[in-house]
Structure formats: structure tokens, C-alpha cells
Design a protein around this ligand. Sequence first.
Ligand code: ATP
Ligand code: MG
Length: 286
Amino acid sequence: MSFKREGQINKFMFENYDLSLRRFWMIKAYTIASGKGGTGKTTVTANLGTALAQHGRETCIVDTDVGMANLGLVLGLAETPITLHEVLAGTASIRDAMYEGPYGLKVVPCGLSLQGFQNANPERLTDVMCDLTDRCEFLLLDAPAGIGTDGVIPLTVADEVLLVVNPEISSIVDALKIKILTETVGGTIGGAILNRAILEETEMSRRKIEKTLDVSIIDTVPEDANVRRAAAAKTPVVVGAPGSESSKAFRRIAAKLAGIPVEAEPHKVQEGFVERFARALFRREP
Ligand SMILES: Nc1ncnc2c1ncn2[C@@H]1O[C@H](COP(=O)(O)OP(=O)(O)OP(=O)(O)O)[C@@H](O)[C@H]1O
Ligand SMILES: [Mg+2]
């Protein structure tokens, strides 16, 4: 880490530590992070958020990847006029950037334009998070990949950072960097999620990752074609293919985060028109 970067991080830490969500007891905030891109952060955020909402928990998910946003895309919210970009630019309030997802999940997408990115001030994120504390029980932040300055802020504001790791060495090594960075800036690692696991290799991957990272694996989400099909249909897999192995894994993890017995199934009666419509669309995918 260069001296300049270290200085920036420490400055951020001292200026913002008091505003950290850790002082709010009524909300549990998780940042979903990885070093390497494409490990499944957005997929995990969308599905854990939906599974928590299915359990009747007031949940908000936020795309904090201000440069390369895609949470809105996988939930069919690509055309939203006001996003986190405008909130971080100081021209809109978080309430204006909040949209409804499946099962009443609250979604704050981020804009896609370069202009919006340039106008956004990522340091406003801490204030935005504070505004969200009285609106939900669970807050999930979809973090940018890598160790850029924009990515540091989500690592510090959450109660816990959950690392999304794939069973490949580059993903594990990059997750280690995020772990070290998180601890350097005063954040807390809550565990790792092994995503895109190949069934036969799961046990070996788990052991290797836990040993390398010195972090326990919360659970394993298998490689599952239903995940990609659901993303193409702009719906989370827990809605599009609730019986799939990946959906079961996402529901298990959500239950653990919420302290709900893992066997407890979400209230099926809560499925409304939007969810039925999403499942119908999903079935039409090739
Ligand atoms: N368990 C899974 N099985 C199969 N495909 C998956 C699984 N998890 C994620 N994917 C697919 O992997 C790709 C990357 O996932 P995703 O966009 O969630 O990663 P990301 O970490 O958010 O990426 P980025 O760093 O670019 O933001 C997507 O096409 C997604 O559908
Ligand atoms: Mg993403």
C-alpha cells in the first residue's frame, strides 16, 4: 500500500468513524465485498435481500458500486430516473432513490452514466447510510470490486463485511487483500460465502479458503445455471427458481443472518402479483 493511499484511508477512518452504523443498534448492516470482480456480489446481495424480505424482515439493498453499477440491472430497475448517483451528488434524497423490489424489498440502484459517476461524491455515503437506519432492519451494500478509494467506504460503514469468494486461487488471494484492507480501516469481517462452488470440490475448497483467509465460510452456493437464467429474466433466483440448490443456499444464509431457524420456510402467502409475474417470465427463458 503506498503512503498516499494509507494516508487517505486513515484520514477517512478518523473523519467518519463516529458516523459508523455500528452505533445504531436497530439495524444490521452488511457489506458484500470481494477483491476480484465477477465473484457474485450483486447476485448475493439481490438474493439475500429478497430472502430476508421473504422472511418478513424490512430490508434495503444498495448498489454502492458507483462506477460499475449493476444491481438495478439484475432487478429490472435499469431505467430509474433517480439513483444513488443523484443522492451522492447532493441533488436528491435517499427516499427518492428507493424503489420496491420483490416481497417489499427496498432497492437503491446506482446510475450507469459517466456524468453521474463524476458528479457523485462517495464520501457522502456515510450520511446516506445514516438516513437509512430508521427505514429498515437489514441493510446490504453491494460493494465495488477491488481496493479503490470508492470501495473503502462500504468496508467501514457496515457492522460486518461478508466476502464473496469463488473456488479459484485468484479470487481467494484477492479476498485476502480485502480482508486486510477491511481490518486496516477498522471494519469487521463477518465471514465468507463460497459462491459458484463445484459440488465434488466443495469440501476441499472450503478448507483451502478458510485456511488461507483465516475466515470461516458461512455457507456454500453452488454453480447453478438457474442463477444466470434468473438474472437474464431480471429476477432473483430465489423468486424465479425457489426450489433450486442455489436458492436453498441463499435462504439458508439469510436465515442465519436473521437468526431464524434454518428449517423455517418463508411465508408463501406473501407472494404477490409482481413475484408471480417474475416467475412466469423466468419460465419463458430458454
Ligand atoms: N452461483 C452461481 N451460479 C452460476 N452463475 C452465477 C452464480 N453466481 C453468480 N453467477 C453469475 O456470475 C456473473 C457475475 O455475477 P455478479 O454480477 O453477481 O458478480 P459481481 O461480483 O457483482 O461482479 P462485479 O465485480 O462485476 O460487480 C453473473 O453472470 C451471474 O449471473
Ligand atoms: Mg456487481
